[in-house]
Design a protein around this ligand. Structure first.
Ligand SMILES: Nc1ncnc2c1ncn2[C@@H]1O[C@H](COP(=O)(O)OP(=O)(O)OP(=O)(O)O)[C@@H](O)[C@H]1O
Length: 651
């Protein structure tokens, strides 16, 4: 076992060590710097305070009639005049605010209780659930809101609760739509994949990972709908469908005013202004909060890669020379094809007939240009294929157990225990609204059944192991308080939590600067030995493969074209594409000028030639190469491999 790593010299002080509350404090700070939003907030707080303290602040009880002062204009005695019964308008206005705010709050709560879980389910599950659900939402939306309100009140009768239920039903569809849209966007993010990889169950992912990320948009919408709810309440009261006429409501006051316009036109002003001002204030508040949150959520600057510096060193001693399927290999992928379903037309293969094995404790590199299918292969193994794609053929065996076509529930048992993954962007792979401690302890608690205290202790040990200084304190930090390199260490610690047998590192170091990349690679190598863990290292970077891997596989246009031990692959490539890739490597020193660049472009999925996928770009292709599909034989997918001598080296 290797010694625990000391924290590297990497400086993460620049990203701040703000307290856990700093995110909310920053948002509040931004709101405080928006005078209009602040004004709206102060107005609404005063309105709420006066509504709550109404008996203490109003000059007269709202129902008290002053028969000698009917329909008066503003005066010192009655600041906003009186109504047709001589009741003080100001007092009724303040009491009306109670009803308006209560109905607004109650109806928005009802709308959220119905709409948010519905939107979460539609957005998270997608597919038929989503299609049927959104059609149902469309139909519900087509019904005029007020008609729905009338129907509910007709059924339930007049009163505070029926009014809240009616307005809640009108708005619940909007909450469902917003929640669905945000969930659809969030569920494709890496932190959700990471949570699935960590083996969290669907309710845990939906309610603990996704829901907290919806809080911002939901607060904004709740503020806006509070205003709308007040408007609907006023409209229903105006039409006489609200509370009984003795109860002071703004809509009811307007209704009275409309009958007395000729005698006292001022009567309409106080409730009219109150409705307009509060609706406007709620809208301005929603807008302001939205601006403040959007600012908060602006993605952090990506680290830029410094040029090269990834000098290749000789492949690890004892490289596995036999690249054929190994009996008892930890991971055995055989003939895997993933297809993209199209509503009309035949499915398009995204990867085709892919076979690859990874031995126990072995580190295998997966190379290939963008779009060659590396991530799709990784996702097939993880059981995380994107919506619309499916495993059409093949077998994926991990530690002897078949993973192909397993249900999500079954895959959860595998992910996070035997199988784990680290992705390219660690900050995207970590939930922004949970502390590192919460995210690290969750899989320990969920998989290993550890108590919260034991899980926290283990989490601190893991952080220490991956080189995070002061781990106990840093458990309470949020992902944004870590630099890219440190966040990747945290992501690795999460992946290691249940000591998996196979770690899939999908471009895990690509977003890091060269120094940090080298530190993280060293860490992975140490951990591989310490945990006797195999690693499938997906990368574009030939240097990373040369430096760290035992074997490497090269993918091109959805197929594996060559597999070999690293030394042989780099010294004596057997497939023209491998040779071209090596020669085109900017850090390499090509010793032959036969293939300095790769002409043409990678064909898109669905546009692959029927024979060899590389044939159109290959300097050595013959007519026979285009005729029939070329199988992977003796770990190379080339009909002419026996005839060619491809000498390219990147060392
Ligand atoms: N969500 C998706 N839906 C449909 N097709 C997809 C999806 N993601 C990727 N593809 C397609 O699948 C093929 C393989 O893509 P994949 O992301 O696996 O390539 P890659 O080698 O990992 O590329 P990169 O190195 O850029 O990540 C490409 O043709 C790509 O356009």
């Amino acid at each position: 076992m290797s010694e625990p790593l000391k924290a590297p010299a990497e400086d993460d002080s620049s990203v701040g060590r703000a307290s856990a509350a700093s995110g909310s404090a920053r948002v509040l700070g931004r709101i405080a710097r928006q005078p209009v939003t602040l004004g709206a907030l102060v107005f609404l707080l005063l309105l709420a305070a006066s509504a709550i303290a109404a008996p203490l602040v109003v000059p007269y009880p709202p129902a008290e009639q002053h028969h000698s002062a009917v329909l008066q204009g503003p005066s010192a005695e009655f600041l906003l005049g009186t109504d047709d019964y001589g009741r003080d308008t100001l007092s009724r206005l303040v009491y009306g605010a109670r009803i308006a705010l209560l109905v607004g709050f109650g109806s928005v709560t009802i709308a959220m209780l119905i709409g948010v879980p519905l939107g979460l389910l539609l957005g998270y599950y997608g597919g038929w659930w989503d299609r049927l659900g959104t059609r149902a939402l469309d139909i519900a939306d087509a019904l005029p809101g007020m008609l729905v309100g009338f129907a509910v009140i007709a059924i339930l009768g007049r009163g505070l609760l029926p009014m809240m239920a009616a307005i809640g039903l009108i708005f619940c569809m909007n909450f469902a739509r917003i929640t669905r849209a945000v969930t659809l966007a969030e569920r494709g993010k890496l932190y959700v994949d990471a949570a699935r990889v960590a083996g969290l169950r669907t309710p845990e992912i939906v309610f603990r990972q996704l829901l907290p990320n919806l809080v911002g948009p939901l607060i904004v919408q709740a503020a806006v709908f509070m205003g709308s709810a007040i408007m609907v309440e006023s409209a229903l009261s105006f039409l006489g469908l609200g509370l009984d006429t003795a109860t002071p409501t703004w809509g009811g006051m307007l209704s009275v005013a409309s009958g007395e316009l000729a005698r006292q036109p001022f009567l309409a002003f106080p409730p009219g202004v109150a409705i307009i001002a509060s609706v406007l204030a709620f809208n301005l508040l929603g807008d302001g909060v939205n601006d403040a949150l959007t600012n908060r959520r602006r993605p952090a600057k990506r680290r830029t890669r410094t040029p090269d510096g990834t000098g290749a060193r000789p492949a690890a001693a004892g490289s596995v020379g036999d690249t054929a399927a190994e009996p008892g290999a930890l991971l055995q992928v055989r003939g895997v094809t993933v297809e993209l379903d199209r509503p009309a037309g035949t499915p398009v293969p995204l990867i085709q007939d892919v076979s690859l094995s990874v031995g126990r404790g072995e580190m295998v590199g997966l190379l290939g240009e963008s779009g060659s299918g590396k991530s799709m292969l990784a996702r097939s193994v993880l059981g995380l294929l994107p919506p619309g794609t499916r495993l059409a053929a093949g077998s994926i065996r991990l530690d002897g157990a078949e993973l192909a076509h397993r249900s999500e529930r079954e895959m959860r048992q595998v992910r996070g225990r035997t199988l784990a993954a680290v992705f390219q962007d660690p900050l995207a792979a970590l939930s922004p609204v949970h502390t590192i401690g919460q995210q690290l302890t969750e899989p320990l608690h969920a998989h290993l059944g550890m108590s919260r205290a034991a899980a926290r202790k283990r989490a601190a040990e893991l952080l220490d192991r991956v080189g995070v200084e002061d781990p106990r304190r840093r458990l309470d930090d949020y992902p944004h308080q870590f630099s890219g390199g440190m966040a990747q260490r945290v992501a690795i610690a999460m992946a290691l939590a249940a000591e998996p047998r196979l770690l899939i590192a999908d471009e895990a170091t690509s977003a890091l600067d060269v120094t940090t990349q080298s530190q993280v690679l060293d860490l992975l190598l140490d951990l591989k030995d310490e945990f006797d863990m195999a690693i499938l290292m997906i990368t574009h970077d030939l240097g990373v493969v040369a430096e760290t891997c035992d074997r490497a596989a090269v993918m091109y246009a959805g197929q594996i074209v060559e597999v070999n031990d690293v030394r042989s692959l780099f010294d004596r490539p057997r497939h023209p594409y491998t040779a071209a890739l090596l020669a085109a490597n900017p850090s390499g020193e090509a010793t032959t000028d036969r293939l300095p660049t790769i002409p043409g472009r990678v064909p898109l999925a669905g546009e692959w030639p029927s024979g060899c996928h590389f044939a159109n770009r290959c300097a050595f292709s013959r007519e026979s190469c285009l005729r029939t599909p070329v199988p992977l034989a003796d770990d190379v997918r080339c009909l002419r491999t026996g005839e060619l001598t491809l000498e390219v080296s990147v060392r």
